[in-house]
Design a protein around this ligand. Structure first.
Ligand code: FAD
Length: 306
């Protein structure tokens, strides 16, 4: 590690100026939980770090009528605190709470998790399921990019030199809409995700699946939308047969994707289980073998069925 300067940026323009000034020699540091290891192991070679961890505007979470917007330097502990008690966002709470240890969650940021672009990044699948949109800022100005398009390859994101990820936003969830997350790790604590699934579910007034988005972690070069599983559920009554069918479809897709890899056998079976868990978390059981989405219990018609 050959760091000559660490600058504590006080706002976004200052961080962007520093990144522009030092060019290839500089990198952003937020919580430092990934980059310090990368620097120590010589996977990253820079001499200047631009610390964004005290930029106030990057540490805020705001909910407006239509959107939820989170600053890139928000930590996992802050995510857990903000969404506490909001069942519809249980996927964000759970993904955040399963990252590393309390010490890691106090430092590690959501922007760092995205920009590090690990296939196992826990916060990426629920954000993909929410179809999150990122704001990236640099000398040339601001641009918005969907998270799905931002992830280019393992360890590579759509970020030009001198650009900073500033916010992550998604459409505010309403009744009948929910996002959930399920993870299979090696050990309970400090486990980097071996496999994860996030599900966004929306039920219409006829109790059919109006919208569903499924995303996975650790079964591709980065977090991925699982569109075949989505297509299998869309428009259907969410009974056990439909959900089981979608889990089989997902398993077949994983088998095709990982063909020839030693992890294929394990992952194609395991993904069925964690997908079912993520879907079930989004539902309440009607007692007759059928389900309705968690949020729909607030609708009078569905409430009568409980
Ligand atoms: C013991 C341990 C356990 C862990 N467990 C988990 C786990 O269970 N699940 C999991 O997902 N991760 C885990 N991690 C990985 C890590 O904690 C997360 O990926 C974390 O979210 C990274 O955030 P950070 O703020 O520390 O990023 P940093 O280390 O500060 O930065 C990571 C990368 O992103 C870039 N970057 C950061 N912020 C921005 C920004 N706003 N704009 C542009 N570039 C930016 C940096 O330049 C760097 O390249 C673990 C790490 C450790 C050390």
């Amino acid at each position: 590690m050959d760091i000559k300067n660490v600058f504590q940026a006080k706002d976004v323009p200052e961080a962007i100026n520093l990144l522009d000034q030092y060019g290839e020699a500089a990198k952003v540091i937020a919580g430092g939980t990934d980059i310090i290891i990368a620097l120590r192991e010589n996977h990253v070679k820079v001499s200047v770090l631009v610390d964004i961890s005290s930029i106030k505007e990057l540490k805020e979470i705001k909910t407006s009528d239509d959107w939820v917007e989170m600053g890139a330097a928000v930590t996992f502990t802050e995510v857990m605190d903000y969404f506490k008690g909001h069942k519809e966002y249980s996927g964000l709470i759970e993904a955040a709470s399963l990252v590393g240890s309390p010490q890691i969650r106090n430092a590690a940021t959501i922007g760092g998790n995205i920009c590090n672009a690990s296939p196992a990044a826990d916060f990426v699948p629920p954000l993909l399921a929410l179809d999150a949109v990122l704001t990236v800022e640099g000398k040339e100005g601001k641009r918005e990019v969907r998270l799905e398009d931002f992830l280019l390859d393992k360890g590579r994101v759509d970020l030009n030199k001198g650009e900073l990820l500033t916010t992550i936003k998604f459409i505010r969830l309403r009744k009948g809409q929910t996002v959930t997350f399920s993870k299979l790790g090696l050990r309970k604590a400090l486990a980097i995700s071996r496999l994860s699934t996030a599900v966004y579910l929306e039920i219409d007034d006829d109790e059919k699946c109006a919208e569903v988005r499924v995303a996975s972690g650790s079964i591709g070069k980065h977090g991925l939308r699982e569109r075949v599983a989505e297509e299998s559920l869309k428009g259907k009554n969410l009974d056990k047969a439909a959900i089981d069918e979608a889990s089989k479809v997902l398993s077949n897709e994983v088998e095709k994707r990982l063909a020839g890899r030693s992890s294929c056998e394990f992952k194609k079976d395991a993904v069925e289980g964690i997908f079912l868990k993520a879907v079930e978390k989004a539902m309440v059981h009607n007692g007759d073998g059928s389900y309705c989405a968690m949020g729909t219990q607030y609708y009078p018609r569905a409430a009568g069925k409980e």
